[in-house]
Design a protein around this ligand. Sequence first.
Ligand code: G3P
Ligand code: CA
Length: 250
Amino acid sequence: MRKVMSIAHRGYSAAAPENTLAAYRMSLEYEPDFVECDVRRTKDQQMIICHDAAVDRTTNGSGRVADMTLAELRELDAGSWFGPQFAGERLPTLEEFLDLCKGKTRPLIELKEQGLEDDVVAMVQARSLSEETMICSFHYSVGLRLPELDQRIWFSPLRSLHHPAEEDEAVRLADEAASVNGNVFGVNYPDITPALVKATHAANMLMEAWTIDAEDDMRKWVDMGADVVASNDIVLLHRVLAEMGVRRNG
Ligand code: G3P
Ligand code: CA
């Protein structure tokens, strides 16, 4: 029987400030198949979780992550912008994220920069999380390096086209994703077409649709054949998957 995997995108980010421990903890209450985070490197070469290159949108600070030390970044309030009840939330480290996921869900780690994979894999291995972890990135070089580091960790190449992928382009994109050792091809959902789903499956990958927050769109892309769906609203996604009879844990 067909089942669709769920991703809590940046945690339960519809209900809590994205990419904070609060958002991850809230998502875990609903047992998503994966919880996603976005990783960057600090000025002092540490791994911190922050979606944007700058901290301005999601904290009370300003400036680029790459220009700040871990200690400076950890001073920032990453919760108040979302609501006063989240005051004091910090930008999490990758270690905190992995420790929270262990035994509860599969970590999905997006590498926002090139050259992070060696350090990230070492942290995953230190916690014996290789079998559960998926790394995703728009940087396809990650997929070429990953088998040298750890063949158990899944790789998800990401794509955003800004137009639907039809016929020859669909085949070319899927083949390109498979050629960098992709296990799950993660594509911006409006770009996904039946042709892309077919080409992705023909290349022995699963099709992931990100990031869907509207019920009608969830139904449309699950019907189209998505195997994995990412949403900021994990509660809505699970309700829809359950109603469609494709929820894994429902
Ligand atoms: O899972 C892919 C998705 O997270 C990529 O887009 O901008 O939300 O990191 P973004
Ligand atoms: Ca992401």
